[in-house]
Design a protein around this ligand. Structure first.
Ligand code: AMP
Ligand code: MG
Length: 315
């Protein structure tokens, strides 16, 4: 990881350099109309895992994928008439659409936290759009601050929080400190307000010509689509020494097991593979035992997700 971070100008040379870092799987902070985002190639699981490592986030939640335009969004999310209405009315801007994943999307499962949906947004900030166009690919980007600290609205905030942990920041002055994006879910029968934000609900409802459902109503119409706590069907047992009975063993490091998160004991690799492994185990429809994973660095977020998978289920 970078010893010191590059401060890049928002001009053609700086943008080209930032895009090259992203292509190399490195992390770049950049301004959006809300706050500075911490970007990584959303197709590269190791790069996405590095976002969590740099932020020191203790849990995995799905990240918003930023794209340059609607055409790029269609590569990753299944497009629909409702998506077209909202995208043409409000993109670029502070609206995030959650869509079913498109066939052949190629996104890392860590970006979607194993969900069959993806959150997509075309930001309005000129520098963000220039970077997305130059990179010509999807960029996962939560706020560029260490977990638990205030969101950064200047490049100096980013440097203070993440120096030594990321490749660089594109400095384009202060963000306008808007609200977070409004998130609308389009994975079920009816459009759902998943998070209130910078774009007023009334404007969205006027464009759609119908009211937005609330997440609680939506859970009934789209079971399993909205929970971010993806869990496999089989019972999960943690800190296992070995498989018992019919269990399939998920391992970490140099252990004898059915599926290994990282044979070399690399927590970044394990984080990048976690949701793919859970899906594979799910398909086996057997109880799952997991060997011990160290409770440090990305291991904290991995263990958090495994504990949720192991927790008693809602009936
Ligand atoms: P932010 O903290 O602004 O980066 O927004 C991330 C939020 O977007 C998550 O906490 C979720 O609420 C939402 N989100 C991202 N991806 C998805 C998804 N695939 N399905 C549902 N909600 C999502
Ligand atoms: Mg944040």
């Amino acid at each position: 990881m970078a010893e010191s971070m590059e401060i890049l100008a928002p001009d053609a040379a700086g943008i080209a350099c930032a895009a090259a870092h992203l292509r190399a799987g490195r992390l770049i902070a950049f301004p959006t109309e809300t706050v500075y985002g911490l970007g990584a190639d959303a197709r590269d699981g190791t790069a996405v895992a590095a976002i969590y490592a740099a932020k020191g986030r203790p849990s995995f939640n799905p990240l918003i994928v930023h794209v340059a335009d609607t055409d790029m969004a269609k590569r990753y999310g299944q497009w629909s008439d409702l998506a077209e209405v909202l995208a043409s009315a409000f993109w670029p801007g502070p609206l995030t659409l959650v869509l079913p994943l498109a066939d052949g999307h190629g996104l890392s499962s860590l970006v979607t936290a194993g969900l069959p949906s993806v959150a997509l947004r075309v930001p309005a900030h000129a520098t963000a759009r220039a970077l997305l166009s130059a990179f010509d690919g999807p960029v996962a980007a939560p706020s560029a601050n260490p977990s638990g600290r205030i969101s950064p609205t200047t490049a100096a905030h980013v440097v203070n929080g993440l120096e030594g942990r990321i490749a660089g920041v594109v400095d384009d002055g202060p963000c306008s400190v808007g609200l977070e994006s409004t998130i609308v879910g389009l994975t079920g029968d009816a459009p759902v307000l998943l998070r209130a934000g910078g774009l007023p609900v009334e404007a969205i409802e006027a464009a759609l010509g119908m009211p937005l459902a609330q997440p609680d109503d939506a859970k009934i119409t789209a079971p399993g689509q909205l929970t971010s706590h993806y869990a496999p069907a089989g019972q999960v047992r943690l800190n296992a020494e070995q498989a018992e009975g019919n269990e399939v063993l998920l391992g970490f490091g140099n252990v004898d097991c059915d599926l290994n998160l990282s044979p070399s004991g690399d927590l970044t690799e394990a984080a990048a593979r976690l949701f793919d492994c859970l899906h594979q185990l799910d398909a086996m429809a057997r109880p799952i035992a997991v060997t011990r994973i160290p409770e440090r660095g990305l291991g904290v977020a991995i263990n958090d997700r495994l504990r949720r998978a192991a927790a008693p289920r809602d009936p």
